[in-house]
Design a binder for this molecule. Structure first.
Ligand SMILES: Cc1cc2nc3c(=O)[nH]c(=O)nc-3n(C[C@H](O)[C@H](O)[C@H](O)COP(=O)(O)OP(=O)(O)OC[C@H]3O[C@@H](n4cnc5c(N)ncnc54)[C@H](O)[C@@H]3O)c2cc1C
Ligand code: SF4
Length: 335
């Protein structure tokens, strides 16, 4: 790992002045800049240890006051500061009682030690774990090369949908739950203004821009993630399947958020993680639940519908069966 200097930012402005590029731009090598921000530091340090980035300066935003709070308002919803750790979300009683799918997603991510370090914003900013992407010896499409090594290589963990360009999957399983709740990211801009970005628009598909996985530009810092208000008829559930119980990313994960009215399902939002290069909604599955309500048969039909457009690669067809199984179970867990 290269030597680097360290800057402890105490305000957003300071961090924006000190950092002159993003991790993605540094990975792409086609833009100038030598200093990047880090929050928990887990992915930033991994990329440095892997030799993929060599920043001269790390700007630590972890200690900026005010970014580590969870605020709840019954009308507005819950606002989670960018530096709140996954452990703090896991233990928060408001989130456990109102946003169960989010609580489950954080409790299943990584390991307890990693969750103590990981921040929610850093989790969304982390880069893919495609093993070719993580290898300095493989200059793949995402890093400006001309080949996707996974297509005809070791693609066991890769995308089973929308995988015609880059077949990597996003590493955040928290994003799956946030997408199902319709979360919105608050982002501080360099000119002092703020913008709000729905999580649906935060992630970038390889078809849109193969070198980036999100819309963040240099000087933009996530300050909070807001989940809209829920009512006592809102139920949610989340299931992650990994190769191991702990210390691993998802092979497949699903989040279901429904608003029930008696036996009817007024609204349904279903998100799939590790299915596609970015977390996606399963719209056809949602329609089945809102048309038919929730039952054994509608859950099965919805799970089939969620995977009807699957185009698995040579070694990952097994993931389609996992998605169908965990989605069916997650839907039935909401009633
Ligand atoms: C073995 C292992 C298993 C894991 N398993 C899972 C899992 O199952 N599910 C899961 O979701 N995650 C998993 N992770 C990811 C981990 O939990 C961290 O969330 C992730 O690596 C990065 O979080 P961080 O806070 O350390 O971010 P950092 O490494 O500090 O930052 C990551 C990126 O986000 C940018 N960034 C950080 N904060 C901000 C901000 N406020 N605004 C704008 N950009 C920002 C940084 O510049 C960098 O590009 C795993 C990690 C490991 C090592
Ligand atoms: S799947 Fe994407 S990240 Fe992995 S080798 Fe192919 S282009 Fe690179």
């Amino acid at each position: 790992m290269n030597n680097f200097s360290w800057y402890d930012a105490t305000t957003l402005k300071e961090a924006q002045n000190e950092a002159d590029t993003t991790v993605s731009d540094m990975l792409n090598k086609d833009k100038k800049g030598s200093s990047i921000i880090k929050s928990g530091g887990i992915d930033v340090m991994d990329l440095m240890k892997e030799g993929l980035i060599t920043p001269e300066k790390i700007v630590n935003i972890r200690n900026i006051p005010g970014l580590d709070k969870i605020e709840f308002d019954t009308k507005k919803g819950v606002r989670i500061g960018a530096n709140v750790t996954l452990s703090d979300i896991e233990k928060n009683s408001v989130i456990r009682d109102n946003y169960q799918a989010l609580q489950l997603s954080v409790s299943k991510a990584a390991t307890p030690q990693l969750r103590n370090m990981s921040t929610i914003a850093g989790n969304l900013g982390q880069r893919t774990r495609c093993w070719y992407f993580r290898s300095v010896e493989h200059d793949c499409l995402r890093k400006g090369g001309s080949t996707c090594f996974a297509k005809n290589g070791e693609n066991d963990y890769h995308a089973v949908m929308n995988n015609g360009s880059c077949a990597s999957v996003h590493a955040s399983s928290i994003a799956t739950a946030l997408l199902a709740f319709g979360a919105v990211l608050e982002i501080a801009l360099e000119n002092g203004e703020k913008k709000e970005v729905p999580i649906e628009n935060f992630f970038v598909t390889p078809y849109e821009n193969i070198k980036n996985e999100n819309v963040l530009k240099s000087g933009e810092i996530i300050t909070a993630i807001v989940l809209p208000a829920v009512n006592n008829k809102t139920k949610s559930y989340y299931i992650k399947q990994g190769a191991r119980q702990s210390y691993d990313w998802a092979l497949a994960d699903v989040a279901v958020v429904v608003e029930l009215s008696g036996k009817k399902c007024k609204n349904a939002r279903i998100a799939l993680g590790a299915a596609s290069p970015v977390p996606i909604r399963a719209n056809s599955a949602e329609s089945i639940l809102t048309n038919e309500g929730i039952s054994e048969s509608s859950a099965k039909a919805a799970a089939e519908a969620a995977m009807e457009k699957a185009t698995p690669l040579e070694k990952n067809a097994y993931k389609v069966a996992i998605f169908k199984s965990i989605l069916q179970r997650a839907i039935l867990k909401t009633v």
